[in-house]
Design a protein around this ligand. Structure first.
Ligand code: SF4
Length: 51
């Protein structure tokens, strides 16, 4: 399996690294609860807020 790089700009997530990459090998994406609004269709369900 090829290694995947996930670029992410969400700096408040504890999986975010300083080079704007996600440290996880896989992430889960879900629909937003309020989908249908502009630019608000999907959400990273692997997000965990930094402490
Ligand atoms: S888990 Fe999701 S929100 Fe967090 S750094 Fe990875 S891709 Fe971004």
């Amino acid at each position: 399996m090829t290694k995947q790089r996930i670029n992410c700009m969400v700096t408040k997530c504890q999986h975010h690294s300083h080079d704007n990459a996600c440290r996880l090998n896989t992430i889960q994406i879900e629909n937003c609860r309020d989908q249908g609004q502009d630019d608000h269709e999907s959400l990273c369900a692997s997000y965990e807020e930094s402490r």
